[in-house]
Design a protein around this ligand. Structure first.
Ligand SMILES: Cc1cc2nc3c(=O)[nH]c(=O)nc-3n(C[C@H](O)[C@H](O)[C@H](O)COP(=O)(O)O)c2cc1C
Length: 197
């Protein structure tokens, strides 16, 4: 099982990144392969000039094509999700998320914009034909403390519980995801079928 996780924060010291990292650890502990990409690691020119043919963008497209599911994490910026993340999602082909499960994660300075995922990010995921977009997680900044020295990042207990519940749901959704039949196998099945309707 492959999960591609995308960090949408321009900042390396990122609270949404903390949640993404916790999610990676949780999933890998259960045998799920996780590849993490950060929007800030893409060349800015590729994103701003929408270079569909850049090697970085093509690698991203291939990873998404192989993925069973995605985790998309973003800070709330100006009552929406991060613009840099939008420039990356814009480079995915139509139907890129078909047959895929998506878990959105957002962090914001306050709960005022906690619905940004619902009214801003989910329509984009839906336009990319995500098969199932889960409820997702919103955390405000007071619930996440950065790592300091040897001390790992800390989550408020209520957030930790919500994150684990969401990952549990995500894991189950990945497991029951209908897998598309490979064209060769479909052909064999049609040839050997005894009944047709
Ligand atoms: C440019 C900018 C715009 C922001 N706009 C909002 C906003 O509209 N609503 C909000 O709740 N928080 C806003 N914030 C706060 C961030 O969403 C919040 O600190 C978030 O946790 C940052 O995530 P990160 O650490 O992963 O980058 C803004 C922060 C910045 C830098």
């Amino acid at each position: 099982m492959l999960v591609v996780s995308i960090g949408g924060s321009p900042s390396p010291r990122s609270r949404s990144g903390v949640l993404l990292e916790r999610s990676r650890q949780w999933l890998e502990h259960r045998g799920v392969e996780v590849v993490t990409l950060q929007v800030r690691d893409f060349p800015a020119e590729d994103l701003l000039h929408a270079r569909f043919d850049s090697p970085h963008v093509q690698h991203f497209q291939q990873l998404v094509a192989q993925a069973d599911g995605l985790i998309v994490a973003t800070p709330v910026y100006k009552a929406s999700f991060a613009g840099a993340l939008k420039t990356l999602l814009d480079l995915l082909p139509e139907r890129a998320l078909a047959n895929r499960v998506v878990l959105p994660i957002a962090t914001g300075g306050s709960i005022a914009h906690m619905l940004a995922v619902d009214y801003a990010l989910k329509p984009v995921l839906s336009a990319l034909k995500a098969q199932e977009t889960l409820q997702g997680i919103f955390a405000d900044d007071s619930q996440i403390a950065y790592a300091e020295g040897n001390k790992p990042a800390q989550l408020a207990p209520a957030l930790e519980e919500r994150l684990h519940d969401s990952l549990e749901t995500f894991h189950l959704a990945l497991a029951r995801r209908p897998r598309p039949v490979a064209p060769g196998v479909l052909n064999d099945r049609l040839i050997s079928a005894r009944w047709s309707i």
